[in-house]
Design a protein around this ligand. Structure first.
Ligand code: C5P
Length: 223
């Protein structure tokens, strides 16, 4: 049972992967399942918040839809996710959980690229906008607290704590949560390393929903 720590608060969440089209039938994506972001959405609704979930392509159903406390936008590319998020960024807490593609395709082909005998096409990438960084730029101080309170995520293959600290600084946000690997992607289980201005704290291995509830309880104290 969750305490109603977020009653009257608006929570915005990005979740899942993004998909960058190469041509109408091909594209680049990643292994994010969306489970952690959707678990946070559920935990936030349980805590009494009004939630908007911006989801990249994933198969998950919207949690607790019958409560009327959650709305959802489905997007595909990082650019679409960026536009939808900045559009809805008037919120109290922003959780950037999505695994956003760092690079998009510079010129996606309008028609399917035909296979040629021996040669392979080369693909030119361009950097995608940093959604979390752009939301962080809109932060204002409200009653001595950053508003919206921005929480970033990190999935790394090595040196987790160092990368998490570095992300927190680079993005100028108060909290970054590291996924303690290795089986995060697609799994129902996870283990978190939460870093904020007070230091770092581990949340022991548990179901993503249990972790999400603990994270919501931590963040509720910050706002
Ligand atoms: O270091 P990196 O930029 O990958 O940080 C990851 C965090 O930033 C995650 O919270 C992710 O959702 C967010 N992010 C984003 N837009 C991007 C890249 C990452 O919002 N283009």
């Amino acid at each position: 049972f969750q305490k109603k720590t977020l009653t009257g608060k608006k929570v915005l969440i990005t979740a899942g992967p993004t998909f960058e089209a190469i041509d109408p039938v091909r594209g680049i994506t990643n292994h994010s399942s969306g489970k952690m972001g959707f678990a946070i959405a559920r935990a936030a609704v349980e805590a009494g918040a009004q939630v908007h979930l911006i989801a990249g392509p994933c198969d998950l159903t919207t949690p607790l839809e019958a409560t009327g406390k959650i709305t959802r936008s489905n997007v595909r590319s990082a650019k679409e996710m960026h536009a939808a998020t900045l559009n809805g960024s008037d919120c109290d807490i922003f959780f950037a959980v999505a695994a956003v593609a760092d690079w998009g395709i510079a010129k996606p082909a309008q028609e399917k690229i035909k296979r040629q005998d021996k040669s392979a096409p080369s693909i030119e990438f361009i950097a995608n906008p940093d959604i979390l960084l752009d939301v962080a730029k809109t932060v204002k101080m409200k009653a001595g607290k950053p508003h919206p309170y921005c929480v970033g995520f990190a999935a790394e293959s090595s040196d987790l704590e160092k990368h998490v600290q570095e992300k927190r600084k680079r993005k100028g946000i108060p909290m970054v949560v590291g996924n303690i690997g290795p089986e995060t992607f697609g799994s129902d289980l996870n283990q978190l390393l939460v870093i904020d201005e007070t230091g770092s704290k581990k949340i022991a291995k548990a179901q993503k929903l249990q972790l999400a509830r603990q994270l919501i309880a931590l963040v509720a104290k910050k706002i």
